[in-house]
Design a protein around this ligand. Structure first.
Ligand code: HEM
Length: 128
């Protein structure tokens, strides 16, 4: 149903929670991502569920609790290269498959996240 949000189309909160759980399972075992994330991912997971809920057109849970996302700013403490961006997206691609998000939503979501991820790059490859 095209009048519904992406959030509703993929199955609402239940699907979103499964997606984020699957995503951080990959992050937690990724050799390049694991070291920059906290050991305990529960708070990271909680914030990402809030953020992606609103990013996909659901209720504005992230903004209600944390204010404007300012995502690029919040990622400045981490040296994000193209390699790291691709690593993040590969974890998300795997999570989208495992969660059973179907087309066209799988591709629509991936493309939107790829644009946002690209915006998060703040370090040239050669400086790493
Ligand atoms: C937080 C890495 C892309 C959304 C974080 C944190 C790291 C990180 C290390 C801090 C975790 C913590 O301390 O809890 C990366 C890397 C990316 C990337 C390497 C590669 C490009 C993205 C994208 C999005 C996103 C594309 C959204 C679509 C968030 C959110 C937070 C976060 C919502 C929590 C911010 C807060 O503290 O309130 N990210 N991230 N990230 N990231 Fe990313």
């Amino acid at each position: 149903n095209h009048s519904e949000s992406l959030y509703e189309n993929i199955g609402g909160q239940a699907a979103l929670e499964r997606l984020v759980e699957a995503f951080y399972q990959h992050v937690a075992k990724h050799p390049q991502l694991k070291p920059i994330f906290p050991e305990d991912l529960s708070e990271t997971r909680r914030k990402q569920k809030q953020f992606l809920t609103q990013f996909f057109g659901g209720p504005p849970l992230y903004t209600e609790e944390h204010g404007h996302p300012k995502l690029r700013y919040r990622h400045l403490p981490f040296e994000i290269t193209t390699t790291l961006k691709n690593a993040w997206l590969s974890c998300m691609a795997a999570a989208l498959e495992e969660t059973g998000i179907e087309e066209p939503y799988n591709s629509i979501i991936f493309e939107r996240l790829a644009l946002t991820a690209h915006h998060m790059i703040n370090t040239p490859e050669e400086e790493k």
